[in-house]
Structure formats: structure tokens, C-alpha cells
Write a protein of this length. Sequence first.
Length: 92
Amino acid sequence: MTKSDIIEGVYERLGGFSKKEAAAIVETILDVIKEALTRGEKVKISSFGSFSVRAKRKRRGRNPKTGATLEISARRVLTFKPSQVLKSSLNP
């Protein structure tokens, strides 16, 4: 599913909005989530799941092709944990 599919779904389900307005709604929601995650906040969406940013330390890695060792830099990664409601709907 792409962002345009989500916009189309919002447009069809909410009926009273134009496609431009539906696109603006989806963009605004995604921007708010992105800004919160950038600040390091946890984003919880009821009956869907939670997004959080986790820090990973630098570590040694290996190039699988050559076998040479290299250092993988420290970075922040996005994690998603689905809610129990979402898990149960996926596995009835």
C-alpha cells in the first residue's frame, strides 16, 4: 500500500472531502508523526501500535562478500510494536 492508496481510502470513506483535502489530511498526520519521532517522542496509536526511536551503538560488522571487517556507525532506528488488537486481527 502506498501513500496515494491511503489518500484514496480516506477520500472514499470520508466522502465530504475533495481528493486535495484528503491528501492534505494524510500529509498533515504523517508530518505530525514524523516531527514527534524526530524529537524522540513515542507515538502511540490506539488499537494499531506504537512507534519509537531507539539508539543503536556503533559496532563491528563484516562485509559478507569480502569478509573484511568494518565499523558500523551509531545511529537511531525506528521501531514499531503492534498493539494486541492489531495482532489479534492478523491472527484470528
